[in-house]
Design a protein around this ligand. Sequence first.
Ligand SMILES: C[S@@+](CC[C@H](N)C(=O)[O-])C[C@H]1O[C@@H](n2cnc3c(N)ncnc32)[C@H](O)[C@@H]1O
Length: 437
Amino acid sequence: MSTTQPPQALSPTSTGEIVGIASRKAATAVLTAHVAVIKGTPMRRAIGEALAGGGNLGGKERRFIAFATRELSRHLRRLNLSAAARGYATSKLSLPEDQAIFRYAIWRRDICGAGVEKIMTEVALPGPIRPRGIPDQVIRAELERKVEVDFGSTPLDQAANRHSFPTWLAERIAAIAPEGELDQVLEALNREPTLTLRVRPVGTRDALVNELRAKKYEVEACTELPDALRVTDGSRAIFESRWMKEGRLQVMDLGSQLLAAFCKAQPGQTVVDYCAGAGGKTLVLADAVTTTGRVFAWDHSEKRLKEARNRVGELKLRHVSFPSPPRIDLADLVLIDAPCSGTGTLGREPDQKWKLSPKQIDELTVTQLGILRDVSKHLKRGGVIVYGTCSVLRDENEGVVERFVSAQPEFKVDELLRVWPHRLEGGGFFGARLIKS
Ligand SMILES: C[S@@+](CC[C@H](N)C(=O)[O-])C[C@H]1O[C@@H](n2cnc3c(N)ncnc32)[C@H](O)[C@@H]1O
C-alpha cells in the first residue's frame, strides 16, 4: 500500500481559499469546461456551457465551477511543470481529457491542498469525463508521490513559472513593475476578482452600506473612492436585490472606477465617451456631469453600444445620447477607454495570458495611437483627452502617450494614473490626462 505524503506547501499564488464546493458533479463540469478551453472555446463561453449542461447544480457548486475553470488556466504553466516532474509532460498526455484530469488533480493537491482520497472521489472512474487514457491508480499514485518542481534558475524564470505567466509577458511586466514587487504584481493578477459596486446617486454610498448591512449583506465601503463598495463574503445574492434592480448599484471593478474618477468630469460639461462599449464608464460620466451637462457615447462596434443604449434607457438618463459621428468638436473632455491587452484584469480572463503575443501588443499600440490621433484632430483648444487602458504594460500606456505627444506637441501630459493590482482589491489600470493647447 502506498503512503500518503503530506500536501505540498500551498502555492504562493494561491488565494488560500477555495471558492464554492468541490463535488463530483462540479468536478465533471470543470473538466468539461477546461477541455473546451483547451480546444479553443473562450473561457466565459466554456464556463457558461458547462454550467448549463451540468444538471441540477447548487449555487456553491456553480461558483466552484467558474472559479476552478479559471484556476486551471491561471496556473497552467505551473501545473504543466508539476505534471512533467511526475513524468507526464503535456506532449505525453495526448488526449485533452487526460490533460484536464491530470491538471485538475494536481491543482486540487498542490494548490488547494486537498487530500488524495477527496480528490479521487471527484475524479475517479466511472466518469467524470471520457475518453480517458490514464487509469485511476496512476492518478492516485502520482498524487501520493512527492515531487520537486524546478522553477528555473533566474529570478525571471522563477517568477514566470511559479505564477504561470508566459516568459515574454513576465519580462514586460518586470520592466515596469515597482522595484522588487514583480511577485506581488503577478500574484495579484492571479487573484479571483472581488465583486465591487458603484453606488448611485453620487454621495449615497455610506447610507446604503448601512441599509445593506441591516439586510445582512456583507459589504464594506472602499476607502479609495466615496461611491465604491465591495461585497466581502463572495456571495452573489446582491444581484437579486432591489437596489440592483433599481439601478442604485453598478458592477464595476475598483480600478475601473478609479479611472472613471480620474476623468474629473464636472457638472455642466460636454463629455464624449469614445470607446463606450457596454457603457460602464458612460454611466459614471453621466452622473458626474449631471443633467446640466451631456454625454455623447460612441463605439465603433454597434453591437457593443447596444448594451450601453439599453442601460442608459433603463436608467432614463436623458442627457446621454449616441450621435454618430460623436461630436468631439463640442467636447470639453473625451474619454478614450482604449481597446487593450487586458493584462491588468487577467484575474477575470486568465486564458488571455496564453492567447496574447508580442505581435498582438504591437498591433494594439497601432490601434491605440490611431484612435488618439483621430480624436485629437477634432478636439477644441483647451479640451482634455483622458486615455485609459486596463493593461499593465508600458508599451500600451506610457509608451503610447509618449509617441502621441511627441508627434502632436500641442498636447501636454497633465497627469498620469497607475493603478497597480497588488495595491488594491481590483485590476491594474492606466490613465493619462492630455490637454490640447
Ligand atoms: C475597454 S473597452 C471599453 C469598455 C467601456 N468603456 C466600459 O467601461 O464598459 C474598449 C472598447 O473600444 C472599442 N473600440 C475598438 N476600436 C475602436 C475604435 N477604433 N474606435 C472606437 N472604439 C473602438 C471596442 O469595441 C470596445 O468596446
